[in-house]
Design a protein around this ligand. Structure first.
Ligand code: UT7
Length: 357
């Protein structure tokens, strides 16, 4: 039976509410397979600079991003399409078929439709006929780590045997072209993982600890108020900046660095491990300077940090799983390695996980 334990990260204990699983006395949970998908269309900084007053030099220097991918607006690369491809790869790598999945958790804030959920659409697109439970979660850029933590809890409690978790985003549809500081950051993509019970006593793979947090008082740092029930899209605002997300970049930057490190330390503490024992840090890819500052705070050598922001930009809930899948495919991450996943996003949400891959 999963036990919930509450314990705030070191420097944010007063503001963060945290729900974490105790690592011991529960079945082990293994990442059975991963997959990722990026749309075909590459959009480099020069192309962006034709739309807004910016330059390749500024974007590269301030963010580390050189290019990103944009989904085709004509279809075939919507979040559930990307998720289908990434999930099929994850299932193949796990040696499983779609009907082996008994739960789908889909993290996104750019769903194909408002109804039904992406998770149920994905169920159909994968040809799953076992009527497994399927739900979407909205935790912005922390979405995949939230999904992983929920899957871990469901599997450790015996409620699921094999969960498909996905982070998939089509941010190109939501870009605020009125704001040159934010529109340069984001791209589209997807990462997926199949996680399941590890019954092999000789196999040490496990999700050792997960720590989730949220601080709703930071809402103003990044929000999109219109298009919901409070402020529906009307003819007057449809072509105005109000329709798009707003971001206080500088403020967000500072909180991101502090939070990514604090939540990581919290997950490490829960796992009873120290940074020097971790083989790979897989941070949310928001800005190369945030990644580097987080690595420094944690005391993690640069060569142990997985970075792909230069190629894909910030793909929100997809950054962590897609970067993890990329590093696994490249042979960097090997079975038995200790991974530290850490994410931060609008909300403000954050999450970290320590995994024996
Ligand atoms: O996934 C989580 C969500 N997002 C984040 O985590 C974003 C966190 N924040 C950041 O990554 C950075 O704050 C940004 C990349 C958004 C901005 O970088 P910055 O170094 O914090 O720039 P700034 O906002 O302090 O602006 C510095 C200058 C300003 O000009 P002045 O006022 O000094 O003349 C901006 O107008 O840079 C200007 N600027 C730009 N110039 C060229 C802002 N955006 C651009 C741009 N091109 N795209």
């Amino acid at each position: 039976m999963a036990r919930l334990k509450s314990e705030g990260p070191k420097k944010m204990a007063s503001t963060l509410s945290k729900h974490s699983l105790q690592p011991s006395k529960m079945p082990r949970v293994k990442i059975l397979g991963t997959g990722s998908f990026y749309p075909e269309r590459i959009v480099n900084n020069h192309e962006i600079s034709k739309k807004v007053d910016t330059s390749d030099e500024w974007i590269t220097e301030r963010t580390g991003i050189k290019q990103r991918r944009f989904s085709s607006p004509d279809g075939g690369e919507f979040p559930t399409d990307m998720a289908r491809s990434a999930s099929l790869t994850a299932l193949k790598n796990a040696g499983l078929t779609p009907n082996d999945i008994d739960l789908i958790i889909f993290a996104t804030f750019t769903p194909d439709h408002r109804l039904p959920s992406c998770a149920t659409i994905l169920q159909t697109k994968l040809g799953i006929t076992n009527q497994c439970a399927a739900l979407d979660i909205a935790a912005a850029c922390s979405g995949f780590v939230y999904a992983l933590s929920l899957a871990n809890a469901m599997i450790k409690s015996g409620a699921s045997q094999r969960t498909l978790i996905v982070g998939s985003e089509m941010l190109s549809r939501e870009l605020n072209w009125y704001d040159r500081a934010s529109c340069i950051l984001f791209g589209d993509g997807c990462g997926a993982a199949v996680v399941g019970v590890n019954n092999d006593p000789t196999d040490t793979s496990d999700i050792i600890s997960c720590t989730l947090a949220a601080d709703g008082t930071g809402r103003k740092f990044m929000e999109l108020e219109y298009g919901g029930t409070a402020y529906p899209l009307t003819a007057e605002i449809i072509d105005t900046p109000k329709r798009y997300m707003t971001m206080q970049g500088r403020e967000l930057f500072k909180v991101a660095v502090r939070t990514l490190a604090d939540i990581s330390f919290s997950a490490l503490k829960m796992a009873e491990l120290t940074v020097d024992q971790i083989d790979w840090l897989i941070p949310h890819q928001a800005n190369i300077r945030i990644i580097e500052a987080t690595g420094e705070r944690l005391g993690m050598p640069k060569e142990k940090v997985i970075v792909n922001i230069q190629e894909y930009g910030n793909t929100s809930a997809a950054t962590v799983p897609a970067a993890m899948d990329g590093a696994i495919s490249e042979g960097k991450i090997k079975r038995g390695d200790l991974l530290l996943l850490t994410a931060f996003g609008a909300g403000l949400t954050s999450g970290a996980a320590v995994i024996r891959y």
